[in-house]
Structures are given as structure tokens and as C-alpha cells.
Design a protein around this ligand. Structure first.
Ligand SMILES: [Cu+2]
Length: 169
């Protein structure tokens, strides 16, 4: 197993502290994804997107009921009117339904939010270059796949991913 030292060192340090404190340690959470447990117990996820119309993270894993904080940054250079991005987490639905919803939302300038807010679990603002937005939400109680998408016109086919919610153990 290959471990990135800068990622694992803080975990080792924390583990050593735990060991000395109570003689018991927990395995570190998977450090392979962009998600990391924050000191406040909220899972922090950083996502970027640039002018190539791709989310840097297309899969987020969480446990039902877990608090998740997504920080989304547009690291592209093109003007917002031509290449704006948002991050919108939806209720479970099929891929073609996500596309249809995003296409309908793409007609709703300037923010391109879906008309039916009950379909949206969390969302950022529409971001221009170098802008970022942070959104915090609680992972749904029902395990499953929750799609996320960018609804800027024409982006949904490429800019999509999913939040995978696992049952609480
Ligand atoms: Cu986009």
C-alpha cells in the first residue's frame, strides 16, 4: 500500500496521542479521497473546476447523517458569463433525469438553480474565475447515490458526480 506521507503523518500523530491518552486507537479514515475529517467532526471536501468543465472530485463518500462541508472553487480563467460553475446536490434520480433537470435549470439565468427546490439537497452559488463558495449539509439518512451536477448551460453532461451515502454502522 502506498501512503502519501504528508497526508498520513497528521493521522499518525493523532493516533499516537489517542494511544497515549486512552490506550486505544482507530484506523485513520481513507485518505485517498479529497475528503478529510475536520477537527470539528465535519467531513471537509474540496472540489475545483476549471475551463475544461470537469469537477476535480466526482465521488464523495459519506455515512448517513454525517455532516459534510463542500468547498467548491472555480479555478478557471474564463469569464463567469461564458464559463461559470456551480455545484448542486440532488435527490436520487437516474442520469437522464439529472440531465433533463439541468437542462431546464440552464434556462434560469443568472444562477441556474432548478425550479423545483425540493429536488435540491445543497448548492453553491454560481462562481466566476477565482471565486469559491462553501456549503454545509447533513448526508441524507437514506443510504444511496445522490447525484451532483453543474447547471451552467451545457455543462451537465461533463460536470457531474455522486455522493455515495453508506449506512450508519
Ligand atoms: Cu460548470
Amino acid at each position: 500500500m502506498k501512503i502519501h506521507s504528508t497526508l498520513i503523518l497528521p493521522f499518525l500523530a493523532a493516533g499516537a496521542l489517542l494511544l497515549s491518552a486512552c490506550g486505544k486507537s482507530e484506523a485513520p479514515a481513507a485518505a485517498a479521497s479529497a475528503a478529510a475529517p475536520a477537527p470539528d467532526g465535519v467531513k471537509a471536501v474540496s472540489i475545483t473546476a476549471d475551463d475544461s468543465m470537469k469537477f476535480s472530485v466526482t465521488e464523495i463518500r459519506a455515512v448517513a447523517g454525517e455532516k459534510v462541508r463542500v468547498t467548491f472553487k472555480n479555478v478557471g480563467r474564463m469569464p463567469k458569463q461564458a464559463m461559470g460553475h456551480n455545484w448542486i446536490l440532488l435527490v436520487p434520480m437516474a442520469d437522464n433525469e439529472v440531465l433533463a433537470l439541468a437542462q431546464a435549470a440552464a434556462a434560469r439565468a443568472p444562477e441556474y438553480q432548478p425550479a423545483d427546490a425540493t429536488k435540491v439537497l445543497a448548492h453553491t452559488k454560481l462562481l466566476g474565475p477565482n471565486e469559491s463558495d462553501t456549503v454545509e449539509f447533513t448526508a441524507p439518512a437514506t443510504p444511496g447515490d445522490y447525484p451532483f451536477v453543474c447547471t451552467f448551460p451545457g455543462h451537465a453532461a461533463l460536470m457531474k458526480g455522486k455522493l455515495i451515502v453508506a449506512p450508519k454502522s
